[in-house]
Design a protein around this ligand. Sequence first.
Ligand code: SF4
Length: 913
Amino acid sequence: METRSTCAYCGVGCGVIIEHDDTRITGVRGDPDHPANRGRLCTKGSTLHLTARGSTRLEQPRLREHRDGERRDVDWDSALSVAADRLADIIREHGPESVAFYVSGQLLTEDYYVFNKLVRTVVGTNQIDTNSRLCMSSAVSGYKRSLGSDCVPGCYDDIDHADLLFIAGANPAWAHPVLYRRIEAARAANPGLRTIVVDPRRTDTARDADLHLQILPGTDIALFLGMLHVLIWEGFIDRRFIDGHTEGFEVLRERVRDFTPAVAAGLCGITPAQLVEAAQAFGRARAVTSLWCQGLNQSSHGTDANCALLNLHLATGQIGRPGAGPLSLTGQPNAMGGREVGAMATLLTGHRDLARSEDREAVARFWGVDSVPDKPGLPAVELFDAMHEGRIKAVWIACTNPAQSLPDQLKVEAALRKAEFVVVQEAFADAETAAFADLLLPAATWGEKSGTVTNSERCISRVRPAVPPPGAARADWWIATSFARALGRALGREDDIQRLFPWQSEAEVYAEHAASTQGRDLDIAGLSHQRLDQEGSLQWPVPDPRSKGTARLFTDLRFAHADGRARFVDTPHRMPAERVDARHPFSLNTGRLRDQWHGMTRTGTVGSLFQHTPEPAVHVHPADLARRRLASGDIVSLRSRRGELRVQVVASDEQAPGQLYMPMHWGRRSLAGGGANRLVAGHVDPVSRQPEFKHTAVRLERLELPWSLYALLEGDAAQLRPRLQPFLGSFDWASVVLVSGHSLQGAAPREAVVFRARAALAPDPALIESLAAALGLSESRPEADGKEPMLRYVDAGKGVVKRARFDGGRLVALLLAGESAAAAWIQPQWASGDLLGPLRRRLFAPSAQAPASLVPASRMVCLCHGVSESQIRDACGADQTLEGLQERLKCGTSCGSCMPELRRLLAESAPAA
Ligand code: SF4
């Protein structure tokens, strides 16, 4: 059977067709009729069905009576009644401001709407914020200041109409892959289409660009000011547009007077010629589409960076036409939906502003309550700060993982420990935040839920269930509604609670949300679930049943400020909040991997998705490595002013010397001590309150950890990983990851969990013995049912322990403690599927050198067809064209996520060829 739905990951919002048998999801493919992807999916979307296997799912509410006590299963009535009583007590004792809700851009719009209404009407506070604060809030505040409303003026079709794509602080080749396929197609169809990429890193998107402006971290405003200087002084501005449709140009003109190309380029670390080239390309283009994401947003001056880019569009009249306009990219699948329902500390439903009394009154009238609270709630970082200070006593966290994703992790963890009552509404049991929950509520997830999401181009799509949720898991809107009713009763509000929360289905919630937007800029009063089911996805506004949606905003050049005119915003150049200095000389940047999503609760359960980037590592420029006598694979200590992280280094010239890069996905489930967010500060933009994830001052020091351990255990890796996770903290450095033995199209995927550790000294033998037991390699149980006897080698003098178990010649469990050189060749050999049985002797030999015939280790570039980097490099010599490479190896012929890398590998081989 097949069910149409929407991908659970990024803001591109691709349509998917879920294949299932009513009880199990068996496959997924792109929906050819969906306007966002026209049948395409990336590596993440095309493996969604593999994440629905359920071994890490929460299936029953679980409650612990005491902080140190064990959790026990409870039924929903008990769970909701305990939650309602605890929160009601805290509200009565400490006031409504002492209770907070922290929700997510991965919730559906219906879920979001219910939470928003619950917090404002039942709890009586605005203490609700969302992880979209970490993602899009600078874009929201930038749009509101410049254009007058929270909007995204452009649409994906603009890519086909533009003759310049200006991509700033975004790597869509990895983070929005299907949209990047569209950019590739537009470039192929239109040789006149130029792309300029602004990014401190030479990403795959940057490598593909006609011009890459590799600016210093946080200097984007200086770049945009310098470009505006050139646009003005070389006569590229659109005076008629400026005079007819904007305010504030003259002030900005004064600001940019001093930002000559030499001055601005000097601040940015690029050449004046590069800056002038970019400005002239912007000025000469017939139609410019700008795309940006976290590089601009996750900054202590993110709002100004957004406004500075919007200033360029306003100065040149590049808005409101096909191909001309700003098109910010949302990170999450429904960041836009959260903005629509106002599930943020300073917003109200229907893009209303909490600070405006007429907006508060309109919402109160619509909901039929006396008033909505006027005191703004706390944005994400400040919310957890308040919890740390004891001002917030209870927190309800839904569909997000702040113990992995917020900055200054040690402080966040301390805050969660300090809270009197923590509710975590979550689908996955191993989300880092779940460990802090007093009450864990099992939520339904992708493939099991019904509702809507809004993607980066304002396109609203249906999300539909294919199978029922496991066990007692429930839809998020149902949990929020049931809790609202329970809390209403606990607070003595029986009279109006049923009237406020009357819904029997998510379609009824959506109908109320749609009605609440009537007359607003995002008016979707003409939409319903039924209409979306009949007509497919539509872009807001859709004000009446005849409207077919709106591709572009501001086509009449009337902007959303009261006078209809857009605003030039005076944006001073500012550097990142935290300075590098002699003690912390490196700038650490964080970002995304091609095949992983957020905290990896979902993608991190699929072994094949680790093939492109197998292990947590910090990327260091080769010159910085050489200066410190380091090599890829060495373990270093990274220290910021907040804490220390121990991590492997990998050589990469994508970032300039003096800069480091670490993907944000890795957390405590993979790496002892957690991930990069342990180091990141809670510095926020003064307007959007979005934290600065893109720059942290750190120092890097070599660690001498000569003792090493390697373990591999074959099986359902996501299920096996929790057996090894408890050992992460027992060594000076340790990581645990999944590995896969087959391509995505393999008939019988094999997975394993791999544990690596390093230490300054050999650890206690008892620790090694207990790790061996977790691997099924216990000294006391050398025989195992149906498997060959365990093989052993021990050199007590040197502290070396080696054990392995084979099954029909296949290696299924391995422990190499004290001497693990063989790991370098065993793992690729295991992954290749070849039998390791004949190599037993060599496995345990003291030197453990790789046999010459064995498969060399090489990372997988094309997951769909299982093509590794070494295979591609070998083939590049013979096939000098991309088409030839594709013909020979089939790489890049399915999802296309590897295409930028294929082009790069081909280009790198060109001189030799
Ligand atoms: Fe999902 Fe990939 Fe499409 Fe994003 S680009 S919505 S992750 S399939």
